[in-house]
Design a protein around this ligand. Structure first.
Ligand SMILES: Cc1ncc(COP(=O)(O)O)c(C=O)c1O
Length: 451
């Protein structure tokens, strides 16, 4: 595995690797093969898991008549039929949201939400740094500055205690990210937002059906954004949604995503307000409607397997499962844990991941410190950003990345497996634990061999 495989690359590799690993069948172990089994696979032993993993994404033959019907109808555009609205109603109901608006992608859902919550050129938005890069890009697209709160190493989500100190007179919104489908601690975040009159836009792009205090993610702030990109739990190739409890806000989202056409409560001064085309197609909507029940069932399977996995991982020194906020339920888009090399004879995080992957359990690090990737340097060096902020503010902004100590730690020590691995049976989950335990037991030999 490349040193820092991007999340999507990692997800693809894990899913493809699951196909490549042939099922060798159950075998009685001879004395020689028992010795092999005890040896780490990376040092010539037999991999713990040889059965492959559930493929992702999935296709069902039973979906074909419905999908074909859309294509044969030649009514593909949102305005030509009712399937997109049907999906919106179904998804809103699933989440307990008052309204839902389907969009072309999760990124466009974020862009629409930022516009509707009045984030404008020269504003600042407090975001979680531990996320897919689209979260940063959506804010930059509004010509606003993504100001990073720190990440809590125990939860991998926005540390509410670090939010208040980031607020300036330009801050308009907070954008917490329910990363890997793990809910952020929303009560303190919402309290700070209320106190400072800031909007809250949830990046729930990985958190379909995740719950916090009995309510679904995406209904906890002003607006919630979802992605249905191909790697996601409800994939449609591309696709997104905005959910919320306010007709006024969702009507504004509807207008903005539909070239600014006046909709419902959003009449504008004439027939148009500002807008873009971020519409979902009928075919995407049908694919999503067909998966509304599937995601509910699979979420429960992932949760049960995650609980089983957590119990096993807790027994291994140097492996720390993530802490969720009280009374919350994750949906595990990735299943992460923290790795402490000191308990593994100094085996680096990437060496550990390589050794565990060799056992037939693909895993790896996820996000790195993306604020050093050049994207933000390019933005703040641009003519537009230099017009909008003083040189002192941009310098202080760049320098402030060094304060993200929690996030740095998270980027360096997190290891994750992909969601499709949580769709197997309990012996698959036992294999994940066993593979990590084996690497732990042989960490001295592995460290020596990999030095
Ligand atoms: C946390 C997060 N935010 C935003 C996005 C963007 O969604 P999309 O790829 O549908 O544009 C993603 C998708 O991977 C994501 O994981």
């Amino acid at each position: 595995m490349k040193r820092h495989l991007a999340r999507r690359g990692f997800i693809r590799t894990a899913a493809a690797g699951s196909v490549a690993l042939a099922w060798l069948g159950s075998r009685r172990l001879s004395a020689a093969s028992a010795a092999d089994a005890a040896k780490p696979a990376l040092l010539g032993g037999t991999p713990v898991h040889q059965g492959g993993w559930t493929r992702w994404p999935q296709w069902r033959e039973s979906w074909e008549p419905e999908i074909l019907k859309v294509f044969r109808s030649c009514r593909w555009f949102r305005g030509s039929d009712q399937r997109v609205s049907e999906f919106e109603q179904g998804y809103a109901q699933l989440l307990g949201a008052r309204r839902c608006l389907a969009t072309a992608s999760g990124t466009t859902a974020l862009m629409v939400s930022l516009h509707v919550m009045d984030v404008d050129a020269g504003d600042e938005v407090i975001v979680s740094p531990y996320t897919f890069i689209a979260t940063y890009n959506a804010v930059l697209n509004s010509r606003a500055l993504p100001v990073f709160a720190d990440t809590d190493p125990a939860t991998l989500t926005m540390d509410p205690a670090s939010v208040a100190s980031r607020i300036t007179d330009r801050t308009r919104a907070i954008m917490p990210v329910h990363i890997f489908g793990m809910p952020c601690d929303m009560d303190p975040i919402n309290a700070i937002a209320r106190q400072h009159k800031l909007a809250v836009i949830e990046d729930a792009c990985q958190a379909w059906l995740a719950e916090y205090q009995g309510r679904k993610c995406g209904t906890l702030g002003d607006l919630g954004c979802f992605s249905f990109q191909e790697s996601k739990h409800m994939p449609a190739g591309e696709g997104g949604a905005i959910t919320g409890m306010s007709d006024v806000l969702i009507d504004k989202c509807d207008s903005f995503h539909n070239c600014g056409r006046a909709v419902g409560t959003n009449k504008g001064s004439g027939s148009f307000t500002r807008g873009n085309n971020y519409r979902m197609t009928q075919a995407q909507a049908v694919l999503l409607i067909l998966q509304l029940e599937k995601i509910v069932k699979e979420t429960e399977i992932r949760r049960q397997n995650a609980a089983h996995l957590e119990a096993g991982l807790r027994q291994i020194p140097g492996i720390t499962p993530v802490r969720l906020p009280q009374n919350s339920r994750a949906v595990w888009h990735l299943y992460p844990f923290r790795y402490d090399a000191a308990h593994f004879n100094g085996l680096s995080r990437d060496q550990f991941a390589k050794a565990v992957s060799a056992e037939g359990v693909p895993c790896g690090g996820v996000y790195r410190e993306q604020y050093y990737d050049g994207l933000l340097d390019e933005a703040i060096a641009s003519r537009g950003f230099r017009r909008l902020w003083s040189a002192e503010r941009l310098k202080a902004y760049r320098d402030s990345f060094q304060e993200l100590k929690g996030n740095k730690q998270v980027c360096e020590t997190t290891v994750a497996i992909t969601q499709n691995m949580l769709l197997g049976n309990s012996s698959d989950i036992d294999h994940i634990v066993e593979a990590i335990r084996k690497v732990h037991a042989h960490s001295a030999a592995l460290a020596k061999a990999m030095a």
